[in-house]
Ligand binder design. Structure first.
Ligand code: AP5
Length: 194
């Protein structure tokens, strides 16, 4: 199993980059799987009637978020390992900014289940992230709408990604999501994981 964990703060463009990876690898007829941690968590959270949309999850009590996080990790590992030698990508967060403080997205018991090869940190200038959030009216990301908060979250994400990587011997790679061309980041990610 080859797993790349793709992290970045909400609105930086992780999902857009992963959609581009999907297009590239589909054209090459490669075996791959793209998973979204939030989707796995949301499925359980909605079944349990904890939330009605994904942006409410990071405001849940921390013990509930941890429970959802663990359940998701087990299911993600099961799906990734059933792919065999193909490339798996997981769209998630190195840290989640919650009212109770920064919650590590990949704490010891989670990253040890997932066993990634590379943890990617997608980054862009805070001002560009804000602009992308403003243009995307489908989501509620106002808790990340201040450049100072975005900068602080990006710093915490770097510390957190490296701390997680140390536990499993993964590498950490910072990848810029260049305005107007997410394919640059997509190619870098594929090249780093193959
Ligand atoms: P998640 O599903 O990851 O949602 P998110 O964090 O809100 O991220 P998005 O998918 O909305 O943003 P994105 O960065 O992918 O940006 P997008 O591609 O849409 O997580 C949901 C929730 O799940 C979390 O809040 C948390 O509660 C929970 N969760 C997840 N993982 C967890 C974990 N490990 N532990 C605990 N909880 C966890 O792009 C945004 C906009 O920018 C779009 O309009 C797009 O068109 C535009 N854009 C993108 N790239 C470019 C570019 N290069 N140039 C111009 N525009 C661009």
């Amino acid at each position: 199993m080859k797993l790349g964990i793709v992290t970045g703060i909400p609105g930086v463009g992780k999902t857009t980059i992963l959609n581009t990876i999907k297009e590239i690898l589909s054209k090459e007829n490669s075996k791959f799987l793209i998973m979204n941690y939030g989707d796995y968590m949301l499925k359980t959270a909605m079944e349990m009637k904890y939330v009605s949309n994904r942006d409410e999850m990071r405001k849940l009590p921390l013990n509930v978020q941890r429970q959802l996080q663990l359940e998701a990790a087990k299911n993600i590992y099961k799906d990734a390992s059933s792919l065999g030698d193909g490339l798996s990508f997981l769209d998630t967060h190195a840290v989640v900014r919650t009212p109770g403080g920064y919650l590590p997205g990949l704490p010891k018991h989670i990253v040890e289940i997932l066993q990634p090869q590379v943890i990617f940190l997608i980054e862009s200038d805070p001002e560009l992230i804000l602009k992308r959030q403003e243009n995307d009216k489908t989501r509620a990301r106002t808790d990340y709408s201040d450049p100072a908060v975005i900068k602080e979250t990006m710093d915490f994400a770097r510390y957190s990604a490296m701390a997680s990587a140390v536990l499993v011997g993964a590498s950490v790679k910072v990848v810029k999501n260049v305005e107007g061309d997410p394919s640059i980041a997509a190619h870098q990610i594929i090249k780093s994981l193959v």
